[in-house]
Design a protein around this ligand. Structure first.
Ligand code: UD1
Length: 423
């Protein structure tokens, strides 16, 4: 299994291009199941999660061709011949559940294994299922699979989510585009990935209003057509690389970055003493002298501080002056990076969903273990600020969500390399 070796010290300078959003692409790809005409996604990220979704869609009989080195995905579902999403693929990635709504909406049936994914808490799919049931689907859980049927098609409904869920909003939104009548999604997620999905579906002929607010209204149509759609910028990759100069010092411009994608996060960086500036090409992040200041962080659904940047932000706050309190409200058990950061000399106390970080002058390099996608990159960021060598093991998590991390950070002056190992 590959390892990443980071040697700390030295300010960073230069530019890092930000890719298309993994989480947007993972919901845009299943949208192909809604139409028998081709869907082309441009600005796609090159990640193992995207390859997993490719395999899943292909297993259903869809055609998925990666063009331009994987930057463009040409999808077509005209020859769909299987309605079962198998456990062996679904277990690798929770986002696989996103094939359920579209398949059911178009063909009136779908069988999908219950998903796996990052080990960050229980992460049920009940909200996805309740939304589809409200639209008239008959669902049965049997042998670890959801068996869904909608004879005569889905029907428009009012779905009031008790908890904001990105995935459930996406599944319901896609399903509603082909349901008979009007669907109103209340307490819907407002993430930029939802807005991007709505834009793509509209290009395909869907009638949607209110994306980006907590009420989305969808007028069902009989069929959707093909479209070409560029994947929105990855705000989590953006935020992650914004932290690189914040932790290591220096000045880095994140190409393609936009403030509105990371406003709550940028506000916290500003409070910590890191400057973030919108430029014509992206966002420029600068930290010159001295340590950053402690700040308190509470994760929330968009537009709040994203849970997917909590681990990386903790890495920064490990080196701040003073005491920071991080509150995780979205997922339980999402502090698995804390004990690893502590191996590097960080002072962290975790109690339930709250972590208290006492900043230290300097972290020390150590062998650490990546436990999930965002945790693994937080350890790399911490390594940039640590004395000596940090070896991050089990980096397959990293490859699910970050393309060529060693190249992107290496290009701005970080001492980082991947040690390849073949088991
Ligand atoms: C998506 C993102 C993930 C991010 C998360 C929150 C993708 C592929 N993944 O995950 O990176 O961390 O949003 O921003 O886009 N919940 C239920 N029942 C459900 C669904 C969710 O109780 O049926 C709970 C979850 O356990 C969690 C909360 O709702 O506590 C939010 O989860 P959700 O927004 O659904 O996350 P995902 O869509 O899985």
């Amino acid at each position: 299994m590959d390892r990443i070796v980071v040697t700390g010290g030295g300010a960073l300078s230069g530019q890092i291009p930000i890719a298309g959003a993994k989480n947007a692409c993972l919901t845009l790809m299943p949208a192909t199941l809604l139409s028998d005409e081709p869907l082309t996604l441009t600005n796609a990220p090159r990640l193992s999660d995207i390859r997993t979704m490719t395999t899943l869609l292909q297993s259903l009989g869809a055609e998925v061709t990666a063009l331009n080195g994987g930057r463009v995905l040409a999808l077509s579902s005209h020859g769909l011949n299987n309605h079962t999403a198998d456990y062996d693929i679904v277990r690798k990635m929770r986002a696989s559940i996103l094939v359920l709504g579209p398949m059911l909406a178009r063909d009136g049936r779908a069988i999908v294994s219950l998903p796996g994914g990052c080990a960050i808490g229980a992460r049920p799919v009940d909200l996805h299922l309740k939304a589809l049931e409200a639209m008239g689907a008959d669902l049965e859980l049997r042998d670890g699979y959801v068996h869904a049927e909608a004879k005569g098609g889905l029907k428009g409904a009012v779905v009031d989510f008790p908890v904001v869920s990105v995935g459930a909003t996406e599944n319901a939104l896609m399903a509603a585009t082909l349901a008979k009548g009007t669907t109103v999604l209340k307490n819907a997620a407002r993430e930029p990935e939802i807005v991007d999905l709505a834009h793509c579906l509209r290009r395909m002929g869907a009638q949607i209003e209110g994306e980006g607010t907590s009420t989305i209204t969808i007028q069902g149509v009989d069929r959707l057509n093909g479209a070409t759609h560029p994947v929105v910028t990855d705000r989590i990759e953006l935020g992650t690389y914004m932290l690189a100069p914040a932790i290591a010092g220096g000045e880095v411009e994140l190409l393609g970055g936009r403030m509105e994608l990371v406003a709550a996060f940028a506000e916290k960086l500003d409070a910590a003493g890191v400057s973030v500036e919108q430029t014509a090409a992206g966002l420029k992040v600068t930290r010159k002298n001295g340590r950053v200041s402690a700040v308190d962080v509470r994760t929330e659904p968009f537009p709040g501080f994203p849970t997917d940047l909590q681990a990386q932000m903790m890495a920064l706050l490990c080196t701040a002056t003073g005491l920071s309190v991080l509150e995780e409200t979205i997922f339980e058990n999402r502090f698995m990076h804390a004990p690893e950061l502590m191996r590097m000399g960080a002072k962290i106390d975790v109690h339930g969903g709250t972590a208290t970080v006492t900043g230290v002058e300097r972290l020390k390099g150590a062998p650490v273990m990546a436990t999930d996608l965002r945790a693994s990159v937080s350890l790399i960021l911490a390594g940039l600020a640590a004395e000596g060598e940090t070896v991050v093991n089990r980096v397959y998590h990293l490859d699910r969500g970050y393309e060529r991390v060693e190249e992107k950070l290496g290009n701005v002056g970080a001492k980082i390399e991947r040690v390849r190992e073949h088991d």
